[in-house]
Design a protein around this ligand. Structure first.
Ligand code: TXA
Ligand code: MG
Length: 349
C-alpha cells in the first residue's frame, strides 16, 4: 500500500504551489491522478519505463493496451512523431486543446511500453486548466489512461478516483467533476482515410467540418469477426456489477418493452434498475430509476453516464435495463459506452 497524497484543488482559483508538489512527483517517476475535461487520468512520465510500469500495475491494465501521451504545447508533439500530416494540423488547430486524441507514426524516443508494441502513438492536449498546468510544470509528455481500475467505468468525479486508486498511486488531485464525461475521441490520422477508433467528445460531425472524409472503425460494433483497430476497444469495459441490457426502438415502444422486461425479472426474484431519459422517467415507478438527463441535451447525458453506472454499484440491483439513444453526434460516444457496459446485449423493442 502506498501513502496516497490527496490534493484538493479549486479549479477556478488554482494554487500553483499545490500543483508544483504533484508535478515534482511526476518528474521523479511517480504516479498522479488528475482531472481533465473528459475523465480523470492517471499520469506518469511517459518516457520513463519504470514510471509507465506503475500505471499498468495500479490499474491492473493489460500491457498490450497502449497509453495516450498528454502534452501542453503543440511543439511538444514534434519529437514524438515522424510527421504531422496536413489533416492532423487541421484537427489540431480546430480542436486542441480539447477532447481529441490523434494517432501518429511514432519516433524512437516513444517507448514500446507506451504503444503496446505498435508503431503508432496516441497524443492529446487537454483543455482542463489543472491538466494543462500540471503537464506544463512536469515538462515531460504525461502518459495518462483513465484513472479507474481496469474494466470499471471511467472516473468523472474526484471521489471515483479515490475509491479506485487510493493506496495504489502517489497522489490524487481532487478537482471537481469532468465537463465532457466520456473519454476523448481517438482519431487515426496515420491511416489513408482519417478513422475514429473511439467515439468521444469531438463528434464525427464536428470532424467533418474540417476534414473531407472521416470513417468510423467497423470493429467498434462488437461483431466477433471484426477486430477493433484500437487495442483498448476489445476489452470489456465500464461494466457495473449488475447485468446491463440496452433496449432499442421507438420511444414509446422501448418504454413498454422495458416495463415488460422489468416485470419478468421481478417475478424471477431479481432487483431491477432502469437507466432512462427525463422524457420517459415518469413512465417507470417501481424500480431503482436513474435518468441521464434530457434526450435533447446530449452533453448533459454524456456528463452523467459514468456516474450513473458507478452509482448502481452502490445499490443491490441485479439487472439494469437502459434506454438507447440515436447514434448521431454525441449519441455515438454515449451508445458506444453503454453497449460496452452491456457487453453488447441489445434488445429490440
Ligand atoms: O479522454 C481521454 O482520452 C482520457 C483522459 C485521461 O485523457 N484517457 C483515456 O485513456 O481514456 P485510456 O488509456 O483509458 O484509453 C486510451 C485508448 C485505448 O482505447 C487505447 O487502446 C487507445 O486509446 N490507443 C492508445 N494508443 C493507441 C494507438 N497507438 N493506436 C490505437 N489506439 C490507441
Ligand atoms: Mg480507460
Amino acid at each position: 500500500m502506498k501513502n496516497t497524497m490527496i490534493i484538493e484543488i479549486d479549479c477556478d482559483h488554482i494554487e500553483e504551489e499545490k500543483l508544483k508538489a504533484a508535478a515534482n512527483i511526476l518528474r521523479r517517476g511517480g504516479t498522479v491522478a488528475f482531472p481533465t475535461e473528459t475523465v480523470y487520468g492517471l499520469g506518469a512520465n511517459g518516457l520513463e519505463l519504470e514510471a509507465i510500469r506503475k500505471i499498468f500495475e495500479a490499474k491492473g491494465r493489460p500491457s498490450d493496451n497502449p497509453l495516450i501521451l498528454h502534452v501542453a504545447r503543440t511543439e511538444d508533439v514534434t519529437p514524438l512523431v515522424k510527421e504531422i500530416p496536413p489533416d492532423a494540423w487541421r484537427v489540431m488547430e480546430a480542436f486542441w486543446p480539447g477532447p481529441l486524441t490523434i494517432v501518429f507514426e511514432k519516433t524512437d524516443i516513444v517507448p514500446e511500453a507506451i504503444t503496446g508494441g505498435l508503431s503508432t502513438v496516441a497524443i492529446r492536449m487537454p483543455s482542463h486548466p489543472v491538466a494543462k498546468k500540471l503537464i506544463e510544470m512536469a515538462a515531460v509528455p504525461v502518459a495518462a489512461p483513465s484513472a479507474n481500475i481496469s474494466g470499471k467505468p471511467s472516473p468523472t468525479r474526484g471521489e471515483h478516483v479515490v475509491k479506485d486508486l487510493q493506496g495504489k498511486v502517489d497522489a490524487i488531485i481532487v478537482g471537481g467533476s469532468c465537463e465532457v464525461g466520456v473519454e476523448s475521441t481517438v482519431l487515426d490520422i496515420a491511416s489513408e482515410i482519417p478513422t475514429i477508433l473511439r467515439p468521444g467528445g469531438i463528434t464525427r460531425e464536428m470532424l467533418l467540418e474540417v476534414l473531407d472524409r472521416v470513417e468510423v472503425d467497423k470493429g467498434l460494433k462488437g461483431d466477433a469477426d471484426v477486430v477493433p483497430k484500437s487495442p483498448g476497444m476489445k476489452y470489456t469495459h465500464y461494466a457495473p456489477k449488475a447485468e446491463v441490457y440496452i433496449i432499442q426502438g421507438e420511444e414509446g415502444k422501448s418504454t413498454e418493452k422495458i416495463k415488460e422486461l422489468a416485470e419478468f425479472h421481478r417475478l424471477e426474484g431479481r432487483k431491477v434498475g432502469i437507466i432512462c431519459f427525463d422524457e420517459s422517467q415518469k413512465e417507470y415507478n417501481r424500480d431503482v430509476i436513474k435518468s441521464m438527463g434530457s434526450r435533447n441535451e446530449l452533453k448533459g447525458v454524456a456528463a452523467n453516464l459514468f456516474k450513473i453506472l458507478r452509482d448502481f454499484d452502490e445499490t443491490d440491483v441485479d439487472v439494469i435495463l437502459a434506454e438507447a439513444i440515436e447514434e448521431v453526434e454525441l449519441g455515438q460516444a454515449i451508445m458506444n459506452r453503454l453497449t460496452k457496459a452491456a457487453g453488447y446485449k441489445v434488445i429490440n423493442a
